[in-house]
Design a protein around this ligand. Structure first.
Ligand SMILES: Cc1cc2nc3c(=O)[nH]c(=O)nc-3n(C[C@H](O)[C@H](O)[C@H](O)COP(=O)(O)OP(=O)(O)OC[C@H]3O[C@@H](n4cnc5c(N)ncnc54)[C@H](O)[C@@H]3O)c2cc1C
Length: 397
């Protein structure tokens, strides 16, 4: 094949890829039931009003007070909860995930517990959180839901957020002694420069909890460690545009620090694309060494990543690159990617209505720009609904 022919084939390939990832095909929604289509349409319509999304926390707590625990649960369970949460017990979670697996999507179980500054609870609560995380490790790995099981947990569910902030400041001032952390995880008494006696004691409890979670997944950890050793080092990255924008801005203002957020979305986007490119290039050189989950709902970012993967000849399902979206959001992106053979994870929160409520409110707020601009998904849902209506009308005439 001449150089000219190679260029033509590559260009045709790129056109095919762009067409496949246009995310304009409503057939992705054929797998959904009537009820699921109507529920998604209703919820996305609700989310298109900024005032409702911005105040969803307040609205939910008013509704809970007016309706009581049971009434509120009856309202939320078939609507918002069913859209964004997998279920409350193992049976419900399994049902949701098995359905997802049939569509080629992989679950990434998310323990919906985290704390924010000023919400610190205490050692007992952190111990309970650790038990919930251990249960999540067990569920993620005991079921054959996906070939590369993944889960998400937040360090602020094991350690007070105030201490996390202090540790971040201290480690920015001087490099962190990893050996010291490992000794702390193994239960050895440690002293940490800059922390007082109480803070060290709490930090040590947090390290022990982390160790217990790591021990639970020991065989997986050992395999990861073997890989790290043979390859010197293995780095896994979850690439996100980030959350808590308003909170970070307010905090910086209060503390008299420079605004840590980019001035506009375009700057955030340039930074995201730059990091994505760096990771994909390095993965192309040493795929066993690095892993990335491109956690975004942005179609352009997904297309860009797929195009770059093609240029760099990175295997779609080789294990080093995968995509991630939240359960109930941008299914047209997830389902199309899975259909095209990419590894796609859905972040799957679970738990009772009360336990998942703060999670839902936080996710709604950090994804409000995505939720408010979800017009395309709504249009595709409507197209699928009208296709079904036409079919049933034709069938009955
Ligand atoms: C599976 C998964 C896991 C995630 N885990 C985490 C996590 O652990 N921690 C975390 O912080 N985030 C996490 N996120 C990201 C977060 O929840 C939002 O999904 C994400 O910020 C929305 O960005 P997007 O790329 O999907 O959408 P886009 O529409 O492309 O971008 C919207 C985002 O851009 C940023 N943005 C918007 N306007 C501006 C502006 N004017 N200036 C600067 N930035 C702006 C905001 O972060 C906003 O949320 C996760 C996302 C997914 C899908």
């Amino acid at each position: 094949m001449s150089a000219g022919d190679t260029r033509i084939v590559a260009a045709k390939h790129r056109d095919l890829l762009s067409a496949a990832l246009a995310f304009e095909d409503p057939s992705a929604f054929r797998v959904k039931s009537w009820g699921e289509l109507l529920r998604a349409l209703g919820i996305f319509h609700f989310c298109s009003f900024p005032v409702l999304v911005n105040n969803c926390g307040k609205l939910m707590s008013i509704a809970r007070t007016l309706l009581g625990k049971r009434g509120f649960s009856l309202l939320l369970r078939p609507t918002v909860y069913a859209q964004f949460v997998a279920g409350e017990n193992e049976r419900e979670i399994s049902q949701s995930i098995e359905k997802m697996s049939l569509l080629g999507l992989r679950p990434m179980l998310a323990v919906p517990i985290e704390e924010d500054l000023g919400e610190s609870t205490g050692e007992k609560r952190y111990d309970d959180n650790m038990e919930a995380m251990l249960e999540c490790v067990r569920m993620s790995h005991s079921k054959a839901w996906s070939k590369d099981p993944m889960m998400q947990l937040k360090i602020t569910a094991l350690l007070s957020p105030e201490l996390c902030v202090k540790l971040t400041t201290l480690t920015a001032q001087r490099p962190c002694d990893l050996d010291l952390l490992v000794r702390g995880m193994n239960g050895e008494p440690i002293s940490f420069p800059g922390l007082n006696e109480n803070e060290v004691a709490h930090f040590q409890c947090g390290l022990k909890r982390l160790n217990k979670i790591a021990e639970e997944s020991r065989s997986l950890l050992l395999e990861a460690l073997r890989l790290c050793k043979s390859e010197d080092f293995c780095l896994g990255v979850k690439l996100v545009r980030g959350a808590y924008m308003d909170k970070e801005r307010k905090l910086a203002e209060k503390k008299g620090r420079p605004d840590p957020i980019y001035q506009c979305w375009e700057d955030t986007n340039d930074s995201y694309n730059g990091s994505l490119n760096v990771m994909l290039e390095i993965i192309a050189q040493k795929p066993e060494h690095y892993r990335i989950i491109i956690a975004t709902h942005n179609e352009e970012s997904v297309r860009r990543a797929a195009k770059r993967m093609e240029e760099l000849r990175i295997d779609k399902d080789g294990g080093s690159v995968c995509f991630g979206q939240l359960l109930g959001m941008c299914d047209h992106v997830s389902l199309t990617l899975a259909k095209e053979g990419y590894a796609v994870y859905k972040s799957v929160p679970y738990g009772s209505v009360d336990d998942t409520l703060p999670y839902l409110v936080r996710r709604a707020q950090e994804n409000r720009t995505v939720l408010q601009g979800i017009r395309k998904e709504r249009d595709l849902l409507k197209q699928e609904l009208s296709r079904r209506l036409r079919l049933s009308l034709r069938g009955s005439s």
